[in-house]
Design a protein around this ligand. Structure first.
Ligand SMILES: *Cc1c(COP(=O)(O)O)cnc(C)c1O
Length: 407
């Protein structure tokens, strides 16, 4: 899709608006399939939390993807999108036994990441197949907020606890059918990933009836123009060979699973906003858009970089701007950015806004969450209406206060 398509969408659906290019999603999906063509049984489970609109989930299903979920609500969304329960894996962290039992009843694959719940669940439901999430203690990437495999992470069962884990499995006679890891969001070093894979293989050897090994995600996509991304093709070649070899050692053909979120949807997303004010201070020129961290929080929460372009004046002379929002808090999208000259009313587009953007949006400052549009077969389809004042009032309960009695 072109910038002119984006301008048309802003014209027709209003601003701010999230736009997702289905062709980009499909081509990223295909890239993964091609990279791991050497594996005889490969499964991609899209991580729903990255972008959970039901039309996106349906599109993923049409690509033949499965679904990775982290809450019972995401499981319900997946079922509503038409996924078979068996095509859904549920990988929660810190949820109640009750929620896990409810999801298990739906026929969804359960993935447990702590010994306490494993023991309780195994005691009560020894026949239900369960996957185990381990923590291989491998540092992936540099950002502590998005790296979840290190020693102090709250995720997964530590590999140092494998003896205790094995005792629970033996005592409860529960059915372990998969081993899982998800080390974080930035795999740059393929050797580090392959090292973590070896830890997964070592763990897998303890279990006799496995059906799959789930390597999670962590594929990095470029956000900066000169960013490095995970070399999927190289990883695919190396891991496929090693996986096939492991299956021979193990004595049965296992399924290899990945659960990418960002890799599939990040680059497909474009967020269009309009400049309300250009404000000059003593040191900076601010471009203030009709948005804020209520719509796009990654730059403020993670320090993430999203490339910004002026759609309305693409060939204008470039100048330096700080692009900020309209929220009554510091909400800087990007400082000191070189952008084609901005006039009030211009439309700015933020790139790489498919993953963890709309799905983290809120109503802070009592603002409406934006509309979402899917670009599919050369046409724009509304997949979420812009909110209205009714949405803000929804669920709020007004108390009728009696007038105070005068003393
Ligand atoms: C969030 C998450 C993913 C997806 O991570 P990305 O970095 O978006 O690819 C995969 N697996 C689990 C368990 C997750 O929590």
């Amino acid at each position: 899709m072109t910038n002119n398509d984006l301008l048309d969408i802003a014209e027709n659906f209003g601003k701010p608006v999230y736009v997702y290019d289905s062709e980009k999603i499909a081509s990223q999906y295909q890239r993964l399939i091609d990279a791991f063509a050497g594996v005889s049984d490969l499964r991609i489970n899209y991580a729903a939390k990255a972008l959970s609109n039901i039309s996106i989930l349906k599109f993923m299903r049409q690509l033949d993807s499965g679904l990775d979920t982290v809450s019972i609500q995401e499981v319900r969304l997946g079922l509503a999108a038409g996924f078979e329960p068996q095509a859904i894996i549920y990988t929660p962290n810190g949820v109640s036994l009750n929620e896990i039992e409810e999801v298990a009843k739906m026929g969804v694959q359960i993935n447990i990441d702590n010994l306490s719940l494993l023991e309780q669940f195994g005691t009560r439901h020894p026949k239900t197949p369960v996957c185990i999430r381990i923590n291989p203690h491998v540092m992936a990437g540099g950002n502590d907020n998005i790296s979840v495999g290190h020693i102090d992470s709250k995720f997964g069962i530590s590999i140092h606890q494998i003896p205790h884990l094995l005792r629970i499995v033996e005592n409860t006679a529960m059915n372990i059918n998969g081993i899982h890891m998800h080390t974080g969001s930035d795999i740059l070093d393929i050797d580090v990933f392959l090292h973590a894979a070896e830890i997964l293989f070592d763990t897998a050897k303890h279990f006799k009836a496995l059906e799959f090994l789930d390597f999670g995600s962590g594929f990095k996509v470029p956000y900066h123009n000169n960013d490095i991304e995970t070399n999927i093709e190289e990883l695919g070649e190396k891991l496929s060979a090693r996986f096939t070899e492991f299956c021979l050692e193990y004595g049965s053909e296992l399924q290899l699973i990945f659960e990418p979120g960002k890799f599939l949807v990040s680059q497909a997303g474009h967020f269009i906003t309009q400049v309300n004010v250009v404000k000059q201070t003593t040191s900076t020129v601010f471009a203030q858009v009709d948005s804020g961290f209520n719509h796009l929080i990654r730059p403020m929460l993670y320090g993430s970089h999203h490339h910004i372009e002026n759609l309305s004046n693409p060939s204008g002379k470039e100048r330096f701007y700080s692009v900020v929002g309209y929220i009554c808090e510091t909400d800087t999208f990007g400082s000191n950015r070189k952008i084609a000259e901005i006039t009030e009313g211009d439309l700015l587009v933020f790139r790489n806004c498919g993953a963890y953007c709309f799905s983290m949006a809120s109503n802070y400052n009592s603002r409406y969450r934006p509309a979402e549009v899917l670009w599919y077969q050369g046409q724009a389809h509304l997949i979420r209406k812009r909110e209205t004042f009714e949405d803000i009032m929804n669920n709020q309960v007004e108390i009728v206060f009696k007038p105070q009695m005068q003393a």
